[in-house]
Design a binder for this molecule. Structure first.
Ligand code: ADP
Ligand code: MG
Length: 697
């Protein structure tokens, strides 16, 4: 095996490769374009493109693509080969600066929420030099942003870059107040932990629901689920281990820092965590990770399920977004320091996050909402749908001491003065790992645990970055004019804690009492996607994103529409799939089985003169009853679907889908799952939960 150090990043047009292959002057221009976000001039672009092409061809690439993230949530690519015809009927390999910098995919089929209708028919892709180009399946992939000709963002990357820029701007202002004039840029660091399921391809292929919707729509509970907790961190099965080895190799080649892997709680569930990196790159890498997982699984005769809730009754999959702020001088701004001054700064950044999470709890909730994630949030496995924040006992005591102007835990003789007294070091381990909190401080970063496994992490980071930028903007506005920095800082921190402490909750988030307590505190509990989406366009949210130039109002309106539309479409496909499975497979199979039972009963009666065939008779009675129920419920679901036609307005339609269609689906499932427990395994038309969850040996 190749040495890992050589393998790592071998398919990435990285900084090192650029340094080696570009003329010094061009390299400097690229570096400056990366740092300042300014465009590269045409000549420099031509030189970079040419070097990229030569490098890619040496690595076996034949095609290139602009790799982008439309609002479908998955990455899109359209391959063009490098070949260009010459006069003498031959070809040469070509890749121009223009092709590198700008592309025009036929974008008419990507969701735009009406943006393209109002503006231009086409969209274009623009090179993002801050995320390195890489080769995948012999294709040179160039990370790009995707916009309309009017400049509206049509993708997930553009707002992420804008939000990082907003946060950079405001953080620099605050850092200047603490005398950090050497810092020239601040970026977010993000490490997304990715959960997923692996099942055997053979059983997957027999489940229409998995194929069409990514999750099981029917399925009785297996005799064994996750109750023994024997899967979590258990030894990894050989087939899975082989998959993970292969996956790591593929990810390392394209520069993804895949680091930790282990079994998760549910049978067949696993997790991969990368080493954290720059927020924009982390988002690209996470997309790449999800795609690679699916590809490598196929190679191993398995299917990787990234859906948030593939199976009822066992845990679903999430994606923990670990997030912090880092300066170009190497400071982690959420790392408590050793000196009083460091700690004052730390507390201010902590307060910025506390205020951001409280003020924009609705936006954070929206950023993780989807039809699929609705099955997790608020159910008894994932964080509740209420956004709250965990800071740990020790830090909480400090905040309380500041707020109430009392001594901190008897450790300080005098009042704890920010910027004067050193804070005790809260060791990473003492932030006792509260697994039930949706948003937890874990020593030197925050871990947002609500995102779903299949979603792009861009959305949550856009909200987080912008909301924190807004807190910092307010802080900087206030402190820049201060005559007494220490005193005003102390007052500001105290004020923020007082105003926003309601968002801090260090208890058990799964406890029913928390729901009541959260309501008392005035926190939002938005259980479903249709319930939270109306908050998207609230004035304060539009103001936030427009002020920091992350979204225009029009872009927000478009995204709101797309979100609602997507919710309705997902439920529609699920409902249709259920009807198809019930009507064309399940109900007929059960009916045939009842017929078989009747034949047996008749035969037994005629041969034995016995009038009773307890098993057959009772089975027939009970199953016929359930079969009629199920049949009736297919009609109700059908009628509910038909009813969608008379609902106008996308919000009303989403509400209707949740209230009528989703309810009818749940009802149908109850009868069908009961039937499954009574039907012989060889008669039931689909592999059971047991077959699926324990399919990988
Ligand atoms: P857990 O117990 O939650 O699995 P880990 O220690 O494995 O925690 O870390 C989880 C993730 O947090 C990893 O992806 C790691 O790279 C990331 N992480 C660590 N430090 C930071 C940081 N400063 N900023 C962002 N992410 C970080
Ligand atoms: Mg974690």
């Amino acid at each position: 095996m190749e040495k890992i150090s050589e393998l790592f990043g071998s398919m990435v047009f990285s900084d090192a490769v650029m340094k080696e292959r570009l003329p010094k002057e061009t390299y400097k221009q690229v570096r400056s374009a990366i740092q300042t976000g300014k465009r590269l001039d045409d000549e420099a672009a031509r030189i970079v493109a040419n070097a990229m092409k030569d490098w890619a061809i040496e690595k076996g690439a034949t095609h290139f693509t602009h790799w982008f993230q439309p609002m479908t949530g998955i990455t899109a690519e359209k391959h063009d080969s490098f070949i260009a015809p010459t006069d003498n009927g031959q070809v040469i390999m070509e890749f121009s600066g223009k092709e590198l910098v700008r592309g025009e995919p036929d974008a008419s089929s990507f969701p735009s929420g009406g943006l393209r209708a109002t503006f231009e028919a086409r969209g274009y892709t623009a090179w993002d030099p801050t995320s390195y180009a890489f080769i995948k399946d012999n294709v040179l992939c160039i990370p790009t942003a995707f916009c309309s000709y009017g400049g509206e963002a049509l993708d997930k990357k553009t707002p992420l870059l804008r939000s990082m820029e907003a946060l950079n701007r405001q953080t620099l202002r605050v850092l200047k107040l603490f005398g950090h004039t050497d810092v020239t840029s601040v970026h977010t660091t993000v490490g997304p932990e990715q959960e997923y399921f692996l099942i055997d391809k053979h059983v997957y292929d027999q489940r229409k629901d998995l194929i069409y919707t990514g999750r099981t729509l029917f399925g009785a509970k297996p005799p064994k689920g996750q109750e023994l907790d024997d899967h979590y961190f258990g030894s990894i099965k050989p087939r899975v281990a082989a998959f993970m080895r292969d996956l790591n190799t593929e990810l390392w080649k394209v520069g993804v820092l895949a680091k930790t892997e282990h079994n998760e709680v549910a049978p067949a569930q696993h997790e991969l965590a990368p080493v954290f990196t720059d927020g924009n790159i982390a988002a690209d890498h996470n997309q790449l990770t999800m795609e690679t997982m699916q590809k490598v699984a196929a190679r191993h005769g398995m299917v990787c399920l990234l859906h948030e809730k593939p199976f009822a009754g066992v845990n679903g999959s999430g994606k923990h977004n670990n997030w912090s702020l880092s300066t170009d001088t190497g400071m982690n701004l959420l790392e408590p320091g050793d000196t009083p001054a460091d700690n004052a700064q730390f507390l201010l950044f902590l307060c910025a996050v506390i205020q951001a999470v409280d003020d924009y709890q609705d936006m954070l909730r929206i950023s993780v909402s989807s039809a699929a994630n609705d099955h997790r949030l608020g159910a008894n496995e994932a964080p509740p749908a209420i956004v709250s924040m965990f800071v740990g006992t020790e830090l909480n005591e400090i905040l309380e001491a500041i707020e109430s102007e009392t001594n901190y835990n008897g450790r300080e003789k005098e009042l704890l003065k920010i910027g004067v007294h050193a804070l005790p070091r809260f060791a990473r381990d003492t932030t006792d790992r509260n697994r039930t909190s949706p948003f937890a401080f874990t020593g030197n970063k925050f871990e947002f645990r609500m995102p779903g496994s299949s979603a792009s992490i861009s959305g949550v980071n856009v909200v987080l970055n912008t909301a924190v930028a807004e807190s910092l903007r307010q802080f900087a506005d206030e402190l820049e004019n201060s005559k007494d920095f220490e005193g005003d800082l102390q007052a500001l921190i105290r004020r923020v804690i007082r105003a926003h402490k309601r968002i801090i909750f260090n208890g058990n988030g799964y406890d029913d009492a928390w729901v009541t307590e959260a309501e008392r505190r005035g926190l939002l509990n938005l259980r479903t996607t249709p319930e939270c989406l109306p908050y998207y366009l609230a004035d304060k949210n539009v103001e936030l994103f427009t002020r920091h130039r992350v979204y225009t109002r029009t872009e927000m309106e478009a995204r709101y529409e797309i979100h609602l539309e997507n919710y309705c479409k997902v439920l529609n496909i699920e409902a249709l799939t259920m009807l198809d499975m019930a009507r064309r497979n399940i109900l007929p199979a059960v009916s045939r089985y009842i017929h078989e039972l009747s034949d047996t009963a008749l035969a037994v009666q005629s041969l034995t003169t016995s009038a009773v065939c307890a098993f057959e008779q009772e089975q027939i009675a009970e199953m016929s009853g359930l079969l009629s129920d199920a049949f009736r419920k297919t009609k109700t679901l059908d009628a509910a679907l038909f009813g969608t036609k008379s609902v106008t307005g996308s919000q009303a339609l989403a509400n209707y889908y949740r209230d009528r269609v989703f309810t009818a689906m749940a009802e149908l499932r109850i009868s069908v799952d009961q039937l499954e427990t009574m039907t012989p395994a060889d008669v039931w038309p689909f592999p059971s939960y047991g077959d699926l969850l324990f399919s990988v040996k």
